[in-house]
Design a protein around this ligand. Structure first.
Ligand SMILES: Nc1ncnc2c1ncn2[C@@H]1O[C@H](COP(=O)(O)OP(=O)(O)OP(=O)(O)O)[C@@H](O)[C@H]1O
Ligand SMILES: [Mg+2]
Length: 213
């Protein structure tokens, strides 16, 4: 596993719409709190004041067109602020940082979904992250229709949730490609299963991490 500095532990939650990232956040957080760790929970896009303003633009912009490259750059602008202001300081203090979505989402949505080549995304990634990588990524995976159904039951669709099934299939495939390429960092959770079953899958992965912290 790669990490810029040998302190703290950086966990990211990834996956498509309605896959269960936000639902399982508390369960994951509690596993670390119960074992005496200090935890910081945050999310992207957002996590800072300016980041939440960018999030609002990206998710709920009405009557404004946003080009694919603009969207990509806004994602990384929010991420830069987030890393500087929140994530890096928390990791320096030895905290467990749990982030609901991070750069894999950019590769999946702006890359897989919108078709921006990885090489271009990598330019911004290197600039913004300066070598920082998640220590562990939990990829919540389930069939697109099931995820959208869950998400639609929860709230009205945002700018991304209004995309086509083909778009989401490309997003899912990109996520799974990343998991296949980086099996040490990215652990796939079958989130089509019941909540209890998902918790059991998380236990296996996280107990293993806790043993090594
Ligand atoms: N294992 C499960 N079985 C059935 N329903 C679930 C399961 N996990 C989550 N849900 C429900 O699915 C809906 C979407 O879950 P959640 O909000 O956690 O998804 P998400 O991955 O955070 O999605 P988004 O990317 O849109 O934020 C919620 O209403 C949640 O209660
Ligand atoms: Mg969520």
């Amino acid at each position: 596993m790669t990490s810029k500095k040998n302190t703290g532990f950086f966990i990211t939650l990834e996956g498509g719409e309605g896959a269960g990232k936000s639902t399982n956040l508390e369960y994951i957080q509690n596993k670390f709190i119960d074992t005496g760790h200090e935890v910081l929970v945050t999310r992207e896009p957002g996590g800072t004041k300016v980041g939440e303003n960018i999030r609002e633009l990206l998710l709920h912009a009405r009557d404004q067109s946003i080009s694919d490259d603009t969207e990509l750059i806004l994602m990384f602008a929010a991420r830069m602020q987030h890393l500087n202001e929140i994530i890096e300081p928390a990791l320096l203090r030895g905290k467990i940082v749990i982030c609901d979505r991070f750069t894999d989402a950019t590769f999946a949505y702006q890359g897989g979904g919108r078709g921006i080549p990885d090489e271009r995304i990598n330019i911004l990634k290197q600039w913004v992250q300066q070598g920082r990588e998640p220590d562990l990524t939990l990829l919540f995976d389930l069939p697109i229709e099931q995820g959208l159904e869950r998400a639609n039951n929860r709230s009205s669709p945002d700018r991304f949730e209004k995309e086509t099934l083909v778009f989401f299939e490309r997003v899912r495939k990109k996520y799974l490609d990343i998991a296949e390429r980086e099996p040490n960092r990215v652990k796939v959770i079958d989130s089509a299963k019941t909540s209890d079953n998902v918790h059991k899958q998380l236990d296996i992965i996280l107990d293993n991490v806790l043993d090594r912290l």
